[in-house]
Write a new protein. Sequence first.
Length: 365
Amino acid sequence: MGMKMGKMYEVATTVEGYQSSGSADVYKNVITIGGSIPNDPIDPVEPGGPGGSTMPENNGPNSRDAFSIIEAEGYNAYSSSSMEIIGTGSGEGIGYIESGNTLTFKNINFGSGASKFTANVASDVDNPTTIDIRIGSSTGTRIGSLQVGSTGGWNDYTELSTNITSVTGVNDIVLVFSGPVNIDWFTFTKGSGSDPVPTVGPGPVIKFGDLNGDGIIDSMDAALLNRYVMEISTSIPKIDAADLNGDGLINSMDATLLSRYILEVIDKFPAEDKAPVPTPTPTSEPREVKIMPLGDSITDGFNVPGGYRIKLWDLIVSNGYKVDFVGSQSNGPAQLPDKDHEGYSGWRTGQISERINGWMQQNLI
């Protein structure tokens, strides 16, 4: 704005940016003293790419082929107060996306069926954003989910894919975002579905990896398995689908296999090629956790007998775990049930770090 101060004018401008696109919209304000304002508007300019703009209400055609490239900016409806059309280097896309935002694409023709979803996306956040692909509405049937981690930067676009539940005919597609991501375009691949659905002998079909029974293998199943392995929960809705390597156990090896499947590093689970084994039975009895307290005088309890080991023990036990402190040293007050540790008063960090591997071999492996 301008403030008249004799023959002086004070002019202020503001440039705002947002982390999810890595760029800013710059607006030029023209101030004319004693003249007229030009009629031609000044469009916002995005450095390094085509101009960004606010979101029109309806920007796409009434129908499209699911197997063609569908530009993100060609949406039919959206729900957001932050999303904008941005430059992607090769064209335009959608950025400034936040958790809960949606994009709707109407009358997508899947013909006789689609089995995979692929999107060209960019991100610069460590925590992955999930893009749910839903039918009809933002709360409609979820046919798949795509996880997007950091691609190296907001302008570093990468094609990522995920399997989906087979969908046919003409449907409205709604993309529901769990967090920030830039999306350039997406498309679908023809097919009737390729998620593993093995039969393990007489009885019901087991879909390995589908732990919540919704027909889709995604990050929600991974969360269920991780909570079970870490003993945060003691049950899984589809426990017979969790033993992914077929060894009769449900542990971190199965969690690793599930993550690799979701990321499309593998396309099937080892359990599919093995003879059926008895359904693993969950137990409410917590497993024992081995912990090696190590350090210098604080761990040794030089000033306070037992030191932090007392509170650590109480915290673990109060959360329902069994605990076994291990180490070649042993001291502490009577209130500390397990006095083992590797604490050495007066030792330096280097002295401790060079011995850690040896202690681990002796006590934890």
